[in-house]
Design a protein around this ligand. Structure first.
Ligand code: ASP
Ligand code: MG
Length: 435
């Protein structure tokens, strides 16, 4: 069995949905199709929740009505038979009545509201499959996808439930389900956080021990550099799980960072493909040999660098532990870290508890903070037998002030911290010098 996941743009309008259906039905394998919400929908649902929290009911009504109109348009364009169009419209009507019903509820329905995007896209897709006479079965992700008390996917339960669901329907070749949505340990509707449909696909792939997980988006695979800022980038044919994980975590938008883990653990290849150019090769992420030198570059913005200079001249033992404990207390992940004998610099991207963290760090040392920084991540083969690679990286950046360098943490990554205003220039210089 294989998993095919299509992102928001791929199901973004009637024309695109037709492309997705063609790809799905051209695939001769047994499969689970995982869909995102129609692009833009989840953003609107987030906005609705914000307005509801601020008690701006009139604005909510306007937003809901506008969204409903978009869906009417989509349905009118997608369906040609009156019968299926009516089915789809009646489904939409019910869903939007449900959304309206949350306006006057006194308790929070945030997660239920957020779930509607994927529920709508998958239902419309299934009704369209019916119109075309294609056999597929819609299964609700809420019946098998779940997270535990730590908000981590409950792999064992996902596997048991999904495998039994599939074996109850073993005559079906194509299953359709929602990305992103799940239930939590209380059995309530929840989600895998923004962009989480990739993660759903990977968790599903792991649960059924899929032959391959395909992630269909609007770009022809993982590029060697960020095509939004650099000209002449190219798609990479293959890369290792570790390289893909570094790139996804440090800014490559094509893939949700956590989605590599279940695939890697179960050694399931992940194929990145373009819905709008399905004949392009795309990028395959799998157990393969490492590259020669740098394979690809990505950058992540919104980074905060914190330097803690010890009050004592020599780095006493326990100093790092005390620092880390502060971040652990405020559940803030550290991305990069560099040390000298008297100071430590590290980076975070989550500033929720920045004030509290800085207050506590000040007890340990003299603290300085740099905001608006970016991490440039180079993924590739930095092992010891690849000599001269770090030198060639730094050689490209003679005119860029580098705040931190992280190298040697693994064999396949080097990260540089620079001011965000230097990011585009840095990416261009590296592209010119390394590829
Ligand atoms: N619809 C969700 C979002 O926009 C999940 C996803 O598309 O991956 O974040
Ligand atoms: Mg996505």
């Amino acid at each position: 069995m294989i998993v095919l996941k299509f992102g928001g743009t791929s199901v973004g309008n009637a024309e695109n949905i037709k492309k997705v259906v063609a790809i799905v039905n051209a695939c001769n394998e047994n499969k689970i199709v995982v869909l995102s919400a129609v692009s833009g929908t989840t953003n609107v649902l987030v906005e609705i929740n914000k307005l509801l929290a601020d008690d701006k009911k009139d604005d909510v009504i306007i937003l809901i009505n506008k969204l409903e109109l978009n869906y009417h348009e989509l349905v009118n364009e997608l369906f040609s038979s009156e019968n299926h169009k009516l089915k789809a419209l009646s489904f939409i009507k019910n869903k939007f009545e449900e959304l309206h019903s949350y306006i006057n509820k006194t308790y929070q329905n945030e997660k239920i509201i957020l779930a509607q995007g994927e529920i709508i896209s998958t239902h419309l897709f299934q009704i369209y499959q019916n119109e075309l006479g294609n056999t597929s079965l819609l299964i609700s992700a809420l019946d098998f996808m779940s997270i535990d008390t730590h908000e981590e996917p409950d792999s064992a339960s996902i596997k048991t439930k999904l495998v039994s669901l599939l074996s109850d329907n073993n005559d079906i070749e194509t299953f359709i389900t929602q990305g992103y949505i799940c239930t939590n340990h209380k059995g309530e509707i929840d989600n895998l956080k923004r962009g989480g449909s990739d993660y759903s696909a990977s968790l599903i792939g792991a649960a059924i021990d899929a032959k391959e997980i395909q992630i269909w988006t609007d770009i022809d695979g993982m590029h060697n550099n960020d095509p939004r800022f650099v000209e002449n980038t190219f798609s990479i044919d293959e890369m290792t799980f570790d390289e893909a994980a570094e790139l996804a975590y440090f800014g490559a938008k094509i893939l949700h960072p956590q989605s590599i883990i279940p695939a890697q653990k179960n050694n399931i290849p992940v194929l990145l493909k373009n819905t709008f150019s399905p004949n392009d090769k795309g990028t395959i992420i799998k157990n393969c040999s490492p590259s020669n030198g740098v394979r690809a570059i990505a950058a992540k913005d919104g980074i905060i660098a914190i330097k803690i200079k010890s009050y004592r001249m020599l780095m006493a033992y326990g100093f790092l532990k005390n620092i880390f404990e502060v971040f652990e207390k405020y559940q803030t992940a550290i991305d990069m870290i560099t040390t000298s004998e008297i100071a430590v610099s590290l980076t975070i991207d989550n500033d929720t508890y920045l004030t509290e963290i800085l207050e506590e760090l000040q007890i340990l040392g003299n603290v300085t903070v740099d905001k608006q920084m970016s991490i440039v991540c180079l993924a590739g083969n930095f092992s010891q037998n690849e000599k001269g690679i770090s030198a060639s990286v730094l050689n490209c950046l003679k005119d860029i002030p580098i705040r931190m360098i992280s190298y040697g943490g693994s064999n396949y990554n080097m990260s540089l911290l620079i001011a965000s205003e230097d990011k585009v220039n840095t990416l261009k210089l590296l592209n010119k010098g390394l590829f």
